[in-house]
Design a protein around this ligand. Sequence first.
Ligand SMILES: [Zn+2]
Ligand SMILES: [Zn+2]
Length: 295
Amino acid sequence: MQCSVCGKEAVINLPAYHKALCSEHFVQWYYEKTKHFTKKLTRPGDRIALAVSGGKDSIALALFFNEYRKELDVDPFLFHIDLGIPDYSKVARRYVEKLSSELGMELFVYDLKKETGKALVDLRRGSRPPCSACGIIKRYLMNKVPRELGADSLATGHNLDDQVENFFKNWTSQHFDWLAKQKPFLPGEHPKLLPKIKPLFERTEEENMAYVKYNGFELPTFRCPFSHRQRSKWRLIADEIESRNPGFKLSVVKALENFDYPVGVTGLRECSICGEPTSQDVCSFCKIIGKTTQP
Ligand SMILES: [Zn+2]
Ligand SMILES: [Zn+2]
């Protein structure tokens, strides 16, 4: 396999684009593609919070913005939530701290245990994995904390493979409003809701891993002990179609970008305890944390 640009040995094959690339031309190609896409999601002068868990996609997001900020007038910073998960959170946090110092990019860490007195494992119901509580906590904090830090938007590392998997789930269960929320740009529907952007919307997991590796960064090997090791059936199905018909996944996300379905913003109000936007009287975060009075 030879690089389509220079003829040197290729390190990655990109059948959806009818090309293979060497490490140098891949890094260039990845940056240019992602820059073209991200320009549609950002404005000059934007202060952008990058949600970094320490996973490969979020590292790729930070590495991309480190280049993007040199060329475009944006001000990114890293935002990390330490959930206090044994054997995982400490390692992930150290990785993110190292990334911050190597890139010279500001980092804000929200330490759940320190701030609320409770780590994620204290919030699980019975013996069930705490993943549903985790989702609620992250969504809440990734909106509130960066907003208070003056961010104009929040960027997440959602990749193309995640989007396609969710597309199958949402389409077959007829959750069209959730499909609409998969779009790469979501404006804040409430003054206290940060606009959300997904710069890696068209980038595959494989491309993100290669971008981290060929930028000379160690690929994170740690993973959350609660995450599933098995690939979902939708992922396997999508992979099968992609292998027979390269470019299939890209066509799915491009359709999602253009998918127009009214997202019903019905009755968003402010939580009676914390004041954050919610559709209920008390928001899910306050319910989980067990807050009964304002801090
Ligand atoms: Zn090359
Ligand atoms: Zn609340």
